[in-house]
Write a protein that binds this ligand. Structure first.
Ligand code: NI
Length: 201
């Protein structure tokens, strides 16, 4: 997921989440190690498969995904299908400017409960230049495995709740533009067509 930089959010819930730390932050890096797939790539519409065993291969993938996400100045989340890998793995860091806050690495995330509704602006690293207001649950409880294969529960509100829903959607081949009204999507048609043309080059 991508966010405009100037927005401020409360992210205290992230500190409660028992996420894991992998990878070093690479703030000066302009290009991540993995190529981000763009809108219209069929992999973005495919379902990711559960990760049965978390090995060094998965841990390296998580580290590379984080580095790729941090390479974009506005990236706060990334799902494995966005780098062409159909595994149920997402990484999130909604407080990326805070070095005390570890990023979340979640394998096989599963939503347990959704509460409330809130509308907020979203973007996506696979749809650069496109943003829209999306209605999502205000709070989310999800279960997952961390980088060590331990079962964890993550509670998110505000931006973390939004990022969890956005990234878990990616694992099911769903993009944020699927969650806006037909009218709003119509307004984005020109931009989407442009993206489609770019990704065919
Ligand atoms: Ni996205």
């Amino acid at each position: 997921m991508a966010r405009r930089k100037h927005r401020r959010w409360h992210t205290s819930s992230l500190k409660r989440a028992s996420g894991s730390t992998v990878g070093k932050r690479r703030p000066g890096c302009v290009e991540g190690p993995l190529q981000i797939r763009r809108y219209n790539d069929p992999v973005l519409r495919s379902k990711a498969l559960p990760v049965q065993e978390i090995t060094d291969v998965e841990r390296q993938l998580a580290a590379d995904m984080l580095a790729t996400m941090y390479a974009s100045p506005i990236g706060v989340g990334l799902a494995a299908p966005q780098v062409g890998i159909l595994k149920q793995l997402i990484v999130i860091d909604v407080d990326r400017d805070n070095p005390e806050c570890a990023p979340l690495v979640l394998f096989n995330p599963s939503v347990q409960s959704l509460t409330g509704k809130v509308t907020g602006e979203e973007g996506c690293l696979s749809l650069p230049g496109i943003t829209a207001d999306v209605k999502r649950a205000a709070t989310v409880v999800a279960t997952a495995q961390n980088i060590d294969g331990e079962s964890i529960q993550v509670e998110g509100e505000n931006l973390l709740a939004r990022a969890l829903q956005h990234e878990i959607d990616h694992l099911n081949g769903v993009l944020f533009i699927d969650r806006i009204s037909g009218l709003k999507r119509k307004l984005l048609r020109g931009k989407l067509r442009k993206l489609q043309q770019q990704s065919q080059l």
